[in-house]
Design a protein around this ligand. Structure first.
Ligand SMILES: Nc1nc2c(ncn2[C@@H]2O[C@H](COP(=O)(O)OP(=O)(O)OP(=O)(O)O)[C@@H](O)[C@H]2O)c(=O)[nH]1
Length: 398
C-alpha cells in the first residue's frame, strides 16, 4: 500500500462518516418525525465506512476473499443509499414493494462471482463496475417509469443516477480497451479512473443534501397536514376549509357553479348524554367519513366545529346539489351511526347556499345564507334539506 492508497481510502472513510454525522445532526436538530428511508441511508453509509478500510488488506490474504467482501459491501452501500433517496421522494408511497430489494441483487451476485478463485484482477474490476452499473440502472428505473412532470428533487436524482451510470459505463469501456489492474497513481491514472474518483467523492455530498432536503420537505408537508386536519375526524378543520374553499370558489368564477352545504347532526347531544363523549366522537367520525365518501373530485369538506360540518360542491354536477344533499340525509336517516351495537337516532339537517351564474362568489355571504337555511331546517323539524329562503311551518307539537 503506497501513501496514495492510504490517503484515498482514509478520504472515503472520512467522507462516509462525516455525511452520516451531518444527516444525524440535521435530522435531530429539526426533530424530523417522518424519516422515510433513514435506516437504509445510515446502513448505506455504515457499509461504506466498513468497506473502504478492507481494501487496504492485500489481495494475497485469504485468496482475495477480503477484497471480494469489500467490493460487495461497497456496492450494497451505494444500493442502500440509492434506495433511501428513492424512498424519501414525495411520489413514493409509504409502503414500498419487495421488488425494490432487487437493487441489492448485483452486490450479492458480485460477491459470489468474486469468490470464484483464480480470476485475473482485470476481470474482477470489470465485474465490479458491471455490478455498480446494474445497481444504478435498477434504481433509476423507478423514477423513470413514472410518467408526467416530475418534481425537482426527482429530476435532480435522475441526473445524479444517470451521471453515475455514465461513469460506470465509461470505466467499463475503458477496462475493455485498456485493461488495468487497479488504480496506479501519478501519471498512470486513466481518465475513467479520475472521473470515477471525482464522481464518487462529490456525488455522495450532493446525494446527502438531496436526502436531507427531501426529509425536511416531507416533515413540512406532514406539519402542514397536521395544521389543516381536524384531529377527531381526519377531514379539514375550519381554518383549512376556509382557505381551500376560497381558492376553489375563485376557480369556479368562470362557470359560477358551486354550492355550499352547512350540515348539522340532529340529536347529537343525546348520544353524548346517553353513551358518553367517546361514543359521540365515534358518531362524528362516522358522519365525517360519509361526507368524505360523498365528495367528488375538487370538492371540499370540513368540520366547522362541534357537530357542524361544511361541504363545498363545485363543477358540472352542481345542478343536483339539493339532490345529493338529500341522498346524504336519507342515507344517514336509514343507516344511522351505531354505538355499542345499537343504531343511534341521529339524522342530518342541511342548509344550502347556491352560487348563481354571473354572481361573484363570496364565501362569507354563502356561509351566512347556508347557516340561515340550516336554522330553517332545524325549525321545520330537523332531518331535512332546505336550499331556498322559505317560510317554514313549525312542526306540530308531538
Ligand atoms: N363527543 C363530542 N361532543 C362534542 C364535541 N364537540 C361538541 N360536542 C357536543 O356536541 C353537542 C352539540 O350540541 P347540540 O348542537 O345542541 O346537539 P344536538 O342534540 O344535535 O342539537 P341540535 O343541533 O339542535 O339538533 C354539545 O353537547 C357539545 O358538548 C366533540 O368533539 N365530541
Amino acid at each position: 500500500m503506497d501513501a496514495w492508497h492510504v490517503t484515498l481510502l482514509s478520504m472515503f472513510v472520512l467522507l462516509a462518516v462525516s455525511l452520516a454525522a451531518m444527516t444525524w445532526l440535521v435530522l435531530r436538530e429539526q426533530r424530523i418525525r417522518e424519516r422515510a428511508g433513514l435506516r437504509e441511508w445510515t446502513a448505506g453509509l455504515a457499509l461504506q465506512t466498513l468497506a473502504w478500510p478492507l481494501f487496504a488488506v492485500p489481495t494475497s490474504v485469504l485468496g482475495g476473499t477480503v477484497q471480494a467482501i469489500a467490493c460487495a459491501l461497497l456496492v450494497a452501500g451505494y444500493a442502500a443509499m440509492l434506495r433511501a433517496l428513492l424512498r424519501s421522494l414525495p411520489s413514493t408511497p409509504a409502503r414500498t414493494s419487495w421488488s425494490w430489494a432487487l437493487v441489492y441483487l448485483p452486490a450479492l451476485v458480485l460477491l459470489l462471482a468474486l469468490l470464484v478463485p483464480d480470476q485475473g484482477p482485470e476481470k474482477r474490476i470489470a465485474m465490479f463496475w458491471t455490478a455498480a452499473l446494474l445497481t444504478v440502472l435498477l434504481s433509476v428505473r423507478a423514477p423513470l417509469r413514472r410518467g408526467g412532470r416530475r418534481p425537482w428533487p426527482e429530476r435532480a436524482l435522475v441526473v445524479l443516477f444517470v451521471g453515475a451510470a455514465l461513469v460506470c459505463l465509461y470505466r467499463l469501456a475503458e477496462q475493455g480497451w485498456n485493461p488495468q489492474s487497479g488504480p496506479t497513481f501519478g501519471a498512470g491514472i486513466t481518465p475513467g479512473q479520475q472521473m470515477a474518483l471525482a464522481y464518487f467523492l462529490v456525488a455522495p455530498v450532493f446525494a446527502t443534501f438531496a436526502f436531507l432536503l427531501l426529509q425536511l420537505e416531507r416533515q413540512q408537508r406532514w406539519l402542514e397536514g397536521l395544521a389543516a386536519e381536524d384531529a377527531l375526524t381526519g377531514i379539514h378543520n375550519r381554518r383549512a376549509f376556509f382557505e381551500l374553499a376560497q381558492r376553489r370558489l375563485a376557480r369556479t368564477r368562470d362557470d359560477g357553479l358551486a354550492a355550499l352545504l352547512m350540515i348539522d347532526v340532529d340529536g347529537f347531544k343525546a348520544v353524548n348524554d346517553a353513551h358518553g363523549h367517546a361514543a359521540g366522537d365515534g358518531v362524528l367520525a362516522s358522519v365525517a367519513a360519509r361526507l368524505r365518501a360523498a365528495m367528488r373530485e375538487g370538492e371540499v369538506v370540513g368540520r366547522f366545529g362541534g357537530d357542524e360540518f361544511c361541504m363545498l360542491l363545485t363543477g358540472g354536477g352542481i345542478g343536483d346539489a339539493a339532490e345529493r344533499a338529500d341522498r346524504l340525509r336519507a342515507q344517514v336517516a336509514a343507516y344511522p351511526p351505531v354505538v355499542d351495537g345499537v343504531a343511534t337516532a341521529v339524522t342530518l339537517s342541511i342548509g344550502i347556499a347556491h352560487v348563481r351564474e354571473g354572481r361573484e362568489p363570496d364565501l362569507d355571504a354563502l356561509l351566512a345564507m347556508a347557516d340561515r337555511r340550516l336554522y330553517l331546517a332545524k325549525r321545520a323539524g330537523r332531518n331535512r334539506v332546505i336550499d331556498r329562503d322559505v317560510e317554514v311551518a313549525l312542526p306540530a307539537p308531538a
